[in-house]
Design a protein around this ligand. Structure first.
Ligand SMILES: NC(=O)c1ccc[n+]([C@@H]2O[C@H](COP(=O)([O-])OP(=O)(O)OC[C@H]3O[C@@H](n4cnc5c(N)ncnc54)[C@H](O)[C@@H]3O)[C@@H](O)[C@H]2O)c1
Length: 255
């Protein structure tokens, strides 16, 4: 298990799915964590249960990011880890997407991730002991094999991959030991997928079958990859991408 003791983290979208699993995992590995979510009731409950702090946050609110980072620094004295996890789907293709739907999914998934990186770096560069930290941005296999049915989601997750590399290389060029990496989950058993299953019964089984492992990921399996990137186990990994997709994108489509 990676040792995260003494480290301070922010995890967005902590009330459900991959975010909740990440909050639990980082706590188990010894980090102090500030979880954030728009869902105050559930987020607060999960944070209380795991001994984490909680703050209500809409990640698309750029000004609000300064407050969230300031809260982490005033509570913990430093910021070592940011997991930009909060995300939404939009369910609209290029044939029917309206401006409001497009703007919202880009604002949450891509602009929110950028604003989180920017605010976190401004704190991480002033960490006691020197500029150091680890940012983990959550993309999706739809960034590599996009959904024809969700143009905004796929495009936003593609943007997250390139954003992470730009952030990673800029930090390295500044001489900061601030790393930025991307985790790319495949189909994972969470709220997003359960909502999709209600709309399209049988979808979960169909998506599970795209992986040669013939199953969905447990959110804890994605959280394990996030905890590794958050730790000091991989100091030369920056701008990297970790696929957690059960091999779904590694197999020829004919097999
Ligand atoms: N589940 C999958 O199959 C899958 C696959 C690939 C990538 N992902 C990505 O993983 C991340 C987590 O998704 P999940 O599957 O755990 O979904 P989820 O719906 O279970 O959890 C998402 C959480 O984000 C919160 N949230 C939504 N909008 C927010 C906002 N504007 N500000 C703050 N919090 C907000 C929600 O309240 C919820 O608690 C997302 O970025 C998603 O795109 C999920």
């Amino acid at each position: 298990m990676p040792d995260l003791s003494g480290k301070a983290a922010i995890v967005t979208g902590c009330a459900s799915g991959i975010g909740a699993a990440t909050l639990r995992r980082l706590r188990e590995d010894g980090a102090k964590v500030l979880g954030t979510d728009i869902d105050e009731a559930t987020g607060n409950k999960i944070c209380q249960k795991t001994g984490a702090s909680f703050a209500v946050q809409d990640v698309s609110d750029r000004a609000g990011w300064e407050e969230i980072v300031a809260k982490a620094v005033s509570t913990f004295g430093r910021l070592d880890i940011l997991v930009n996890n909060a995300g939404i789907v939009s369910g609209a293709s290029i044939g029917d997407v309206d401006d409001e739907t497009w703007d919202r999914v880009i604002a949450v998934n891509l602009t929110g991730t950028m604003a989180g990186c920017r605010a976190a770096i401004s704190a991480m560069k002033d960490n006691p002991g020197g500029a150091k930290g680890s940012i983990i941005n959550i993309s999706s296999t739809t960034a590599m094999a996009p959904l024809p049915t969700d143009v905004g989601y796929s495009a936003s997750k593609g943007g997250v991959r390139v954003l992470s590399k730009s952030v990673a290389t800029w930090c390295a060029q500044q001489g900061y030991a601030i790393r930025c990496n991307t985790v790319i989950p495949g189909a994972t058993e969470t709220g997003i997928l359960n909502a999709a299953e209600e709309a399209t019964p049988g979808l979960k089984a169909a998506v599970a079958a795209t992986s040669p492992m013939n199953r969905l990921a447990d959110p804890a399996e994605t959280a394990a990859a996030i905890a590794f990137l958050a730790s000091d186990e991989c100091p030369f990994m920056t701008g990297a991408e970790l696929l957690v997709d059960g091999g779904a994108l590694s197999i020829h489509p004919g097999f």
